[in-house]
Design a protein around this ligand. Structure first.
Ligand SMILES: [Fe+2]
Ligand SMILES: [Fe+2]
Length: 490
């Protein structure tokens, strides 16, 4: 009986944990919500109004229109919910992009359905959405955009509908994973070729004509023209993706990798003006990447976030211990723990300013305040106490917020462990290193810094093991191998 109760409690605990959001959702203003709702109404009207053009109009027709209208409106709502579930930090601009693309497709269907194949209308927007907001949102968008066909008179061939769904699903699934522009280009060539071959097999050889048409590209029904148009539309989409990234704040894998380039001016500045911080950043990247891989998080996001987490130290590099050459410490000359704490907090505030100036996407900028959370600046708080200053602990804590995602929480833990692991004796055992890591992580957890990150006990265990593995690698590199007598190397 006791076993059943314990198991039930465990299940209840696991269920409660699964209900905790991974990240705190971004609040959307009332005006934005209203605009989004109005666009959804517009989509519903455009997609259903033809049902009211029948004369004479009877009650059954009106009911049928109302039913379709409500169905489309609910579909738009479901699409927004799915996108919010996949991207808890989605902004109103990004939701606006998703539903505007849906509106654009509905308008295109209405005005150009006879000239353009549905493949060219639905697959290119699916590529944008999968790149910027993930595969699940894109799949939901594809299914809704394919279902809401505004003109009941237009009947799509069942085989074409099937090919459309398969091609759009492939684009959605691969689009969410693709990490370079070159792979995107490959996708924009292979998907049209695949659609051409499948249409040839499933729809018929008689629908193919190569160069004898006057309206070569806009010849709906001709499968070669349809595939060429699809290829052109996809290539143009790839060209415009960087513009979408900057207008709608989309964070594609390709953009993340571009930002992680160490030749970026801000990172170059960090390596030249604050070499100690740059070294610390590189080590943290290694620790955080390994831990994120272990728990199945977003590796590209954490690698880029880690690279920029301490850029704020550029405002006063020599005030941070890793950049001091041992001669003099400005904090000692200042001899004011409160002012010193302000300098430390400034590395977060200035970091956010650098992020704004360099147009870093929000998920990357979030690493700057969240890696420090509301941690206590213990050293200066202790100094203030030694000076008998009657001061509140609040002034010696970073302003936060505490980590809101697993990735920013891992960075905070890596940040805490890096200096301790670097300072460890080369002959220290694995057990000692693990104890050091465990103590640091436990202190962060006890301080409530991990409360919003949704890291489970199992994940914290994996993070500890991965930090230990990285430390073992570092130690291995530091071991000096003896050279042989003849000073030759093999
Ligand atoms: Fe920091
Ligand atoms: Fe740091």
């Amino acid at each position: 009986m006791q076993n059943i109760t314990t198991n039930l409690k465990k299940l209840l605990y696991l269920w409660r944990r699964s209900q905790v959001p991974v990240k705190q959702p971004i609040k959307i203003s009332r005006i934005d919500n209203l605009i989004i709702f109005l666009v959804c109404i517009l989509i519903s009207v455009i997609s259903s109004y033809k049902l009211l053009l029948i004369s004479p109009l009877n009650f059954a027709d009106i009911f049928s229109w109302f039913w379709t209208f409500t169905e489309i409106l609910i579909s738009c709502g479901v699409l927004i919910l799915v996108s919010k579930k996949e991207n808890p930090t989605i902004s109103s601009r990004q939701i606006f992009l998703i539903i505007t693309l849906l509106l654009a497709v509905q308008v295109t269907k209405l005005s150009l359905a006879s000239a353009i194949s549905p493949l060219s209308m639905i697959i290119p927007p699916a590529l944008i959405i999968s790149q910027g907001m993930g595969s699940i949102t894109s799949l939901a968008w594809v299914s809704i955009a394919s279902l809401i066909w505004p003109d009941p008179e237009i009947i799509i061939n069942n085989n074409l509908f099937f090919i459309l769904l398969v091609c759009a699903s492939i684009v959605s699934l691969l689009g969410g994973r693709i990490r370079s522009r070159a792979q995107l280009l490959q996708l924009s060539i292979f998907v049209p070729i695949g659609s051409l071959l499948s249409q040839w097999i499933f729809i018929g050889k008689d629908k193919i004509s190569f160069f004898n048409k006057q309206d070569f590209v806009l010849a709906n029904g001709d499968i070669f023209s349809d595939s060429v148009l699809l290829a052109i539309a996809m290539l143009f989409t790839i060209l415009f993706i960087p513009i979408f990234e900057s207008i709608f704040g989309l964070l594609t894998k390709a953009r993340l990798l571009e930002l992680a380039d160490k030749e970026k001016p801000l990172i170059r500045r960090l390596s030249l003006e604050a070499p100690g911080t740059f070294e610390h950043t590189l080590l943290i990247c290694g620790l955080a990447e390994e831990a994120t891989r272990m728990i199945g998080g977003d590796i590209d996001l954490i690698k880029t976030g880690a690279l920029y987490h301490d850029v704020g130290k550029l405002h006063a590099p020599n005030w941070f211990i890793e950049n001091q050459d041992g001669s003099k410490n400005p904090h000692d000359e200042l001899d004011d723990p409160i002012k010193s704490a302000e300098v430390l907090q400034a590395h977060v505030d200035e970091g956010l300013k650098f992020a704004r100036k360099n147009r870093l996407p929000k998920p990357i900028a979030n690493f700057i305040p969240e890696h420090q959370g509301t941690l206590k600046m213990g050293y200066f708080f202790q100094k203030a106490k030694e000076k008998n200053l009657d001061i509140n602990e609040y002034y010696f804590r970073y302003k936060g917020p505490i980590p809101q995602s697993k990735e920013t929480a891992i960075l905070m833990l890596a940040d805490g462990c890096e200096a301790a692991l670097r300072a460890m004796n080369i002959n220290a055992s694995d057990k000692e290193a693990l104890k050091t890591i465990s103590n640091i992580i436990y202190s962060r957890k006890k301080d409530g810094q991990l409360d919003d990150s949704n890291l489970s006990k199992g994940e914290i265990f994996l993070i500890k093991r991965s930090f230990l593995n990285v430390w073992k690698r570092i130690r291995h590199r530091r071991i000096q191998y003896p050279t042989n007598k003849n000073n030759t190397f093999s």
